[in-house]
Write a protein that binds this ligand. Structure first.
Ligand SMILES: [Mg+2]
Length: 230
């Protein structure tokens, strides 16, 4: 088998952390802006940068340069306070740990993340469930790298090339994710997509968007590995 760069989405693909992400974001947005109440915005699979931008605009705020970075510092403090909630209210989705283990053990696979979560959030979420040793965080693309999710594919590939000298292509890069934005990130960013129907989007809808492979979930580890290498 040839070498593969496998980039996992987190929320509703590897983990279900209930509404903690939205609660933390809202608390951090309130603390950052000083607003007693604010209008929330929704959109699964958005980058955190886009989420912040959308929410700021929805509340009449034009984000200044550097403001998102300042918001992330506030949000990270809120996450630190809520770290125990992640493990208490969240769960690893069935098969996710086994799939990550197999990829981590495969010398032909670089296994990392492509997620709308900012990197520090991604690290906190995986660490809460003991998954943080199973991916190469430095090879991933995160929601604080770029506002547009498809750009994260290029970010991840550049990081891998800089660190290892290996240039992955659209044929050798595989995203695994649950939302329409995961599919679109692969199609527009230049990667294959293995979609999993463990989020809010039905298998047919994921296929209609152009997902090459759709799995009901990650429980059949052999099927997951076969899809990654097909
Ligand atoms: Mg997701």
């Amino acid at each position: 088998m040839g070498k593969r760069l496998v980039l996992w989405d987190i929320d509703k693909t590897l983990l279900d952390v209930d509404d903690i992400g939205r609660e933390v974001f809202a608390a951090a947005f309130a603390a950052h802006t000083g607003l007693a109440e604010h209008t929330v915005t929704r959109g699964p699979g958005r980058t955190e940068w886009q989420w912040f931008h959308d929410t700021a605009l929805a509340n009449g705020i034009e984000p200044a340069d550097g403001e998102f970075a300042a918001f992330l510092d506030v949000q990270d403090r809120v996450y630190a306070e809520r770290a125990a909630d992640l493990a208490a209210r969240g769960r690893v989705l069935p098969g996710a740990r086994e799939a990550l283990l197999r990829c981590a053990d495969d010398p032909d696979t670089v296994s990392s993340l492509l997620t709308g979560n900012a990197r520090r959030n991604a690290e906190r979420k995986l660490a809460a469930f003991g998954l943080d040793g199973l991916v190469d965080f430095a090879a991933g693309g995160y929601g604080d790298d770029h506002m547009d999710r498809p750009e994260l594919v290029r970010v991840a590939r550049r990081r891998v090339a800089e660190r290892t000298g290996v240039e992955f292509t659209a044929d050798t890069t595989v995203l695994v994710g649950d939302s329409p934005n995961d599919v679109l990130a692969a199609l527009h960013g230049g990667a294959r997509i293995v979609a999993v129907a463990t989020g809010a989007t039905a298998p047919d809808a994921l296929r209609a968007l152009g997902a090459h492979t759709v799995l009901a979930d990650l429980t059949d580890t052999d099927a997951v590995l076969a899809a990654l290498h097909s």
